[in-house]
Design a protein around this ligand. Structure first.
Ligand SMILES: *[C@@H]1O[C@H](CO)[C@@H](O)[C@H](O)[C@H]1NC(C)=O
Ligand SMILES: *[C@@H]1O[C@H](CO)[C@@H](O)[C@H](O)[C@H]1NC(C)=O
Ligand SMILES: *[C@@H]1O[C@H](CO)[C@@H](O)[C@H](O)[C@H]1NC(C)=O
Ligand SMILES: *[C@@H]1O[C@H](CO)[C@@H](O)[C@H](O)[C@H]1NC(C)=O
Ligand SMILES: *[C@@H]1O[C@H](CO)[C@@H](O)[C@H](O)[C@H]1NC(C)=O
Length: 437
């Protein structure tokens, strides 16, 4: 059989792609220094991330893995709103880590670089320290830092950590996070973010970790409760930050985390932040309705209602991958989506996604209607496609059955390529489209 040019062409393109990958031509510069108060944000699967899977996962595997991680994440979030601990999910699959975006932080004097996970729903930061049992990766060598000190039980900060204990005069605390738990000493050292040095930053120095879902090099808490980065840098950053999360499909990642009020977008739509006094760390907003195409979906009344006493309502979260709506609302949105795509098309499922198609589809936009702000999401924020292009799924789901499912979570796939501005002093959250890949 003779191969004609048109049939050779894709092969040629692939060969060129692999060649250029092998030669590093399309590799982004992983050592881009962070400037001013702006940090580069990487996806954990980015070519610059040491945490990307060693063996490339198939598309189906990576989707299932992200869904499994989300399940642990939602249990964590539900335990926050319900204020009770939940039994960690046992999973046969290895859960690599959650949340999914990391930034470069420098700790101590001289500085040691740690790639910490960004988490808008956590307050206190934690870092794996020397001597840690069960930590997997790079450790912070605290004796090598001249500015390191551990905090005593009398320190004011010791009253702000969950269930502090006192051993040998050192303030310690235990924490469960997704399917994992950690024991840490409350410590202080200088943290340097981009070019800003924050002396005396309080964080947990992890002594013991169990379970596999802790971010390998620590977590930077961007919540708005006590001991979060915001609370500790009021003078420097005035409880203001923004980020743009790159799509994990893109090889050339260049998202950013911008700390403080300087350089934030002026043209941006806002919705008020709501405060749940029982859960001060979470960023609640008022989701009023959802539109599929131009039509507002009829959801059962109360699906989105904010209720501080039950923890019900809607949050923006950087650590969950796929948006979750309470079950009756999700079913209504999904049905409206299916009707718009075409009633005659066969719907299949993939793991926790129940609206997948194996033929090309014309998808409607979905608009989240918040108080004062409509956010219309294009297909890139709504659908995931298999690498071969044969399967497309609506990348949202109902809250899992086994968790207290009163919480709607606007997750990071739906936030990608948008700038999210958290303006705590003015109690508002801004969203604007921005191409950050
Ligand atoms: C990666 O992004 C940078 C700047 O964002 C751009 O200059 C460069 O050409 C991009 N490289 C590729 C291979 O897309
Ligand atoms: C943490 O505290 C324990 C005592 O509770 C102590 O033995 C250990 O050395 C401390 N670790 C660090 C890194 O300070
Ligand atoms: C905290 O965790 C450590 C290590 O796993 C354990 O020895 C200790 O009993 C725990 N403390 C509390 C209060 O649960
Ligand atoms: C859907 O299928 C039914 C029966 O198979 C047919 O009558 C109808 O025209 C189809 N509708 C569309 C929009 O293709
Ligand atoms: C959002 O869209 C609806 C129409 O679906 C419109 O009535 C409303 O005014 C919009 N809200 C804002 C803040 O633009």
């Amino acid at each position: 059989m003779r191969l004609s040019f048109p049939s050779l062409f894709p092969l040629l393109c692939l060969t060129l792609l692999f060649l250029s990958l092998a030669l590093g031509l399309t590799q982004p510069n992983c050592e881009t220094p962070d400037q001013g108060s702006t940090l580069q944000v990487l996806h954990v699967y980015s070519p610059c991330s040491p945490f990307r899977p060693k063996e490339p996962l198939s598309w189906e595997e990576s989707v299932l893995q992200m869904q499994a991680k989300d399940k642990a994440r939602l249990q964590f979030l539900s335990s926050l709103v319900a204020r009770k601990s939940v039994v960690p999910i046992a999973s046969g699959r290895q859960i690599v880590q959650n949340p999914t975006y990391i930034v470069r932080a420098k700790i101590g004097t001289p500085a040691q670089t740690m790639l910490m996970a960004m988490d808008t729903s956590s307050d206190v930061a934690w870092i794996p320290c020397n001597g840690c049992l069960g930590c997997s990766s790079t450790l912070f060598n605290s004796p090598a830092s001249t500015t390191y000190k551990s905090l005593g039980c009398q320190a004011a900060q010791c009253k702000q950590v969950p269930k502090p204990t006192c051993g040998g005069g050192v303030c310690s605390f235990n924490l469960t996070y997704g399917g994992s738990s950690l024991a840490a000493n409350l410590s202080q050292d200088t943290i340097t973010l981009a070019t800003d040095a924050v002396p005396g930053y309080s964080f947990g120095c992890i002594q013991k970790a169990t379970g596999g879902s802790l971010p390998a090099q620590g977590l930077l808490g961007l919540g708005r409760g006590p001991l979060s980065l915001l609370s500790q840098t009021q003078n420097l950053y005035q409880s203001t930050f923004s980020y743009c999360l790159p799509s994990f499909k893109s090889l050339n990642f260049s998202g950013s985390l911008r700390l403080g009020p300087v350089g934030q977008p002026k043209r941006i739509k806002y919705t008020p932040l709501l405060k749940n006094p029982r859960r001060p760390s979470l960023y609640f907003v008022n989701l009023m309705a959802v539109r599929v195409g131009r039509r507002v979906v009829d959801v059962p009344p109360g699906s989105f209602t904010f209720n501080p006493s039950t923890g019900a309502g809607t949050i923006f979260d950087s650590g969950t991958v796929f948006t979750r709506l309470v079950t009756p609302a999700y079913i209504a949105v999904r049905d409206a989506f299916r009707n718009r795509v075409g009633r005659n098309l066969t719907v299949t499922s993939l793991g926790g996604f129940d609206t997948c198609y194996t033929v090309p589809i014309a998808a409607p936009t979905i608009t989240f209607m918040f108080t004062g702000m409509n956010v219309t999401l294009p297909p890139d924020n709504l659908l995931i496609h298999s690498t071969a292009g044969s399967t497309t799924c609506l990348a949202m789901a109902a809250a899992p059955d086994n968790v207290n499912s009163v919480l709607n979570v606007i997750a990071n796939l739906q936030q990608q390529n948008h700038r999210l501005l958290y303006d705590v002093p003015n109690s508002r959250l801004g969203v604007a489209r921005e191409l950050c890949t």
